[in-house]
Design a protein around this ligand. Structure first.
Ligand SMILES: [Mn+2]
Length: 255
């Protein structure tokens, strides 16, 4: 058996989204990528929004994603450390994935040392300071009282609402270029955030984010880089770290 020497990062599969033309194909592609890394992965960090909507109740979880969850469970059983950051679509992951799959859930950005370098990991919406409405929504969604009230509504209503909302906000977002393409160093809020953060924390070697659905690999200083992991809807991209090199790659499927 190969030694488990690599660390992988991926984000934004939005599994279950109504805007995916072939959701099953998207899920299979993700599983094939996991197949391809299962022998050398030491840990896998999902940086948020792997699910387009996830809300779990005390006794009930959402339908779907069985291939993905099965694969993740298999990897976890084989000794691969599995981490999930909540995104802004799947905020409501609680103890199901930890108990069922052995995953570790992160609800806040995390600074962590991996194979000798210091990483700052986050989904990315946490540092989006552009809109007050977005910040208010984030607070409401993460508020325990609001969650308890929301949980009391029958899922028949909340699931349809949430998936419909995600679809319409995606359509709206695609109309606005600023939500789609890279805005450049001075306008991209994740870059602005990282540059400021780096001044107070010059020991961070790598900032890694999801959320923006773009692939970016940018030098911030002689010792620091910022990477945005792309997504699993159009880029099928991931980041891999082996202690020496950090690469942003795309998973090619051989048909
Ligand atoms: Mn997101």
């Amino acid at each position: 058996m190969k030694p488990r020497t690599k660390i992988y990062f991926a984000s934004d599969a939005h599994l279950g989204a109504r805007f995916l033309q072939d959701g099953r194909a998207a899920e299979r592609r993700l599983v094939r990528w996991l197949d391809s890394i299962q022998d050398d992965a030491q840990s896998i960090w999902f940086l948020g929004d792997m699910f387009d909507y996830w809300y779990e109740y005390k006794y009930v979880v959402p339908k779907g994603f069985t291939r993905f969850l099965g694969k993740v469970a298999e990897l976890s059983d084989a000794g691969v450390e599995i981490h999930f950051f909540i995104g802004n679509h799947d905020i409501w992951m609680f103890d199901y994935l930890p108990q069922e799959v052995g995953a570790i859930i992160h609800r806040e950005p995390l600074t962590v040392d991996l194979l000798g370098k210091r990483f700052f990991l986050a989904h990315g919406d946490e540092v989006d300071d552009r809109s007050r409405a977005f910040r208010l929504m984030r607070w409401l969604f993460r508020n325990r009282v609001c969650q308890i009230l929301y949980s009391a509504i029958h899922p028949r209503w909340t699931f349809g609402f949430a998936l419909g909302w995600s679809l319409s906000s995606r359509k709206q977002g695609l109309k606005k270029q600023e939500e789609v393409s890279y805005q450049g160093e001075s306008a991209e809020y994740l870059v602005r955030f990282a540059k400021t953060y780096l001044q107070a924390h010059p020991d961070i070697h790598f900032f890694i984010f999801g959320h923006r659905h773009i692939m970016l690999d940018l030098m911030l200083s002689r010792t620091s880089r910022l990477l945005i992991a792309g997504d699993w809807m159009q880029h099928f991209s991931y980041i891999v770290w082996d202690g020496e090199s950090l690469f942003l790659e795309q998973f090619e499927v051989e048909e």
